[in-house]
Design a protein around this ligand. Structure first.
Ligand code: SAH
Length: 369
């Protein structure tokens, strides 16, 4: 049985809201008022949008919802990052991670429930793909966390689509969400602070490059040869390195823009000096930088992170070849909120219930709604 829900206003763009207003016999500008209230002001309920006539609000309430993904759990890491466990209207569970720093924060959003790409080192892969998220569910993650953390509009927020899922396999909804988040009259997060990360869906990289409103792009490279990459990321069989890098070379970078290549380092797998040299060759001539991410482990996967000296040696080989390389130590590792670890939300909650302990390890359930 599929439950029917009233459509959510969150996720509708300006044009859709204007048309909605017209259908209700209202002037077009009423649609724009709803738009600003939803995305710029973060209105949580229809009756907060007091600039609308009460009769219109009541008529809207009969057929529409104004709702965000529901916060089912909020797990705080010792390093300050917070993992939100969210439930969608159909009961599906997703996660969003909030990573505050001193004067700014990064928000890591999910684009799908689970993921179909099946990277061997990633925990989300263990879930398989349940479904795509709607634009409203993607924007709703951001608006929900902004409200929960009581962030002010002027607060400097970076958004990365690096949570659960492969954003380029849900491109239309991801782009709609990005347009709502980036619109200065919407949530107003500058495009240069929004990054979409892909496992390397080559044709979609080209399609992404043609988007008129386009955030930054990161590509998960993770290997230096086809053989190695196919073993780690089966998607490489379909889009091998040559095709992936051709798409990257054809990508229309803007002035001063660089492509980011993520490279998850696994001990004895892809972390040798030869690997670093080959990555240097693959990226030669591209305007690119590399983020080196020591592997985050957890139950069920056998890889290990390299030693820090190995990571430093790898970094040095790249920088010597004039490829800027940065070491990214993932945050939230103690709460399984780090890169690739977003999965098993429900398993986590169950573990917590069963043992009376928090999940996992030293995490503390700071608050739940
Ligand atoms: N599907 C997209 C976005 C989600 S993954 C993508 O593949 O880019 C976000 C990043 O986390 C990717 O760079 C991925 O390679 C990395 N990652 C996945 N599992 C990881 C793990 N166990 N440890 C460290 N990084 C991981």
């Amino acid at each position: 049985m599929t439950a029917k829900f009233n459509p959510n206003l969150v996720g509708m763009d300006r044009q859709e809201l204007e048309q909605l207003a017209l259908r209700h016999g209202q002037p077009v500008y009423r649609g724009r008022q709803i738009y600003t209230a939803l995305y710029a002001r973060g209105a949580r309920r229809l009756d907060e949008i007091t600039e609308l006539p009460r009769s219109f609000r009541e008529a809207l309430a009969e057929r529409h919802l104004l709702t965000y993904p529901q916060v089912k759990g909020r797990i705080a890491s010792r390093d300050g990052s917070v993992r939100y466990l969210l439930e969608l209207q159909d009961g599906a569970a997703i996660e969003t991670v909030f990573m505050p720093e001193r004067h700014r924060a990064t928000l890591c959003l999910s684009s799908q429930v689970g993921c179909a790409v099946n990277c061997r080192f990633c925990f989300t892969a263990l879930l398989g793909l349940e479904r795509n998220l709607t634009a409203g569910e993607i924007v709703g993650q951001a608006l929900g966390v902004i409200a929960h953390e009581r962030l002010r509009q002027e607060f400097r927020l970076n958004v990365v689509l690096m949570g659960m899922g492969e954003p380029l396999l849900n491109l239309a909804q991801v782009m709609k969400a990005v347009r709502l988040l980036a619109d200065p009259e919407g949530t107003g997060i500058p495009l240069r602070r929004i990054t979409v990360s892909t496992a390397g869906i080559a044709p979609k990289i080209l399609e992404f490059g043609r988007q008129p409103v386009r955030p930054k792009l990161a590509i998960s490279l993770n290997a230096s040869t086809d053989e190695q990459r196919t073993a780690l990321m089966p998607i490489n069989r379909k889009y091998p390195l040559r095709q992936l890098l051709a798409a990257c070379r054809a990508y229309p970078l803007r002035p001063r823009e660089r492509l980011t290549f993520e490279y998850v380092m696994m001990e004895g797998v892809n972390d040798s000096d030869d690997d670093a040299a080959r990555v240097g060759e693959l990226l030669a001539g591209l305007r690119a930088k590399v983020n080196l991410i020591p592997y985050n482990g957890g139950p069920g996967l056998a890889y290990r992170p390299p030693s820090l000296s190995r990571v430093l040696a790898f970094q040095q080989i790249l920088t010597r070849r004039n490829i800027p390389a940065f070491i990214r130590i993932s945050r939230g590792q103690d709460i399984m909120a780090a890169c690739g670890q977003l999965s098993l939300a429900r398993a986590g909650q169950e573990a917590e219930r069963d043992s009376g302990a928090t999940f996992p390890g030293r995490a503390s359930l700071a608050e739940s709604q």
